[in-house]
Design a binder for this molecule. Structure first.
Ligand code: HEC
Length: 151
């Protein structure tokens, strides 16, 4: 193989890689970065990360109740978390309870076994954020619990 043929092969390869990269970045799902208000708030940042990994399939990324799984629920409403009119109440203990024990007879599962108390508290706070409600102070305080002590 003479030098010029090798050069063209290299150029061809480089173009192939470049077009694959362009294709990948234009078709990969956009990774939305969190809004500044969330970036500035550790509780909301943690809550968002739990919400994005656990709740979005049903509740949708914005909490509107239109997640990708929700369409297959045959009429069962996931409910809109963003209107501040929560069926099960809008006090922090209501939201914590729904997340912890679920809603029996619906697809809202109990998350108490999968998420720890801090994750539940933070994702509850994130529900308030989705509704544009102020985050209750009680959701900002980690409950040290009876067994807590110096580690
Ligand atoms: C498999 C689907 C599914 C997943 C996953 C899910 N939910 Fe739900 N969620 C529901 C449904 C359905 C309802 C409505 C229950 C009802 O009608 O009472 C609901 C209701 C709620 C409510 C009560 C809303 C109200 O109006 O009172 C909250 C809060 C909530 N979910 C938070 C979460 C959080 C936080 C997560 C993630 C940790 C989550 N959900 C994951 C299906 C889901």
């Amino acid at each position: 193989m003479d030098f010029s043929a090798g050069k063209w092969i290299l150029i061809g390869l480089a173009m192939l890689i470049a077009s694959a990269a362009v294709g990948y970045f234009s078709f990969a799902p956009p990774v939305e970065s969190p809004p500044q208000a969330v970036l500035d708030d550790p509780v909301l940042l943690e809550g968002r990360s739990v919400f994005m990994s656990r709740c979005v399939p049903c509740h949708g990324a914005a909490g509107k109740g239109n997640g990708p799984m929700a369409a297959s629920f045959g009429g069962e409403q996931v409910g809109d978390l963003t209107d501040g009119k929560w069926k099960h109440g809008d006090k922090p203990e209501d939201v914590l309870r729904v997340i912890r024990v679920g809603v029996s007879g619906t697809r809202m599962a109990p998350w108490g076994a999968l998420l720890d108390d801090d994750q539940i508290r933070c994702v509850a706070a994130y529900c308030y954020f989705l509704s544009a409600l102020p985050v209750p102070e009680s959701l900002r305080e980690a409950d040290p619990g009876p067994a807590a002590g110096p580690r």
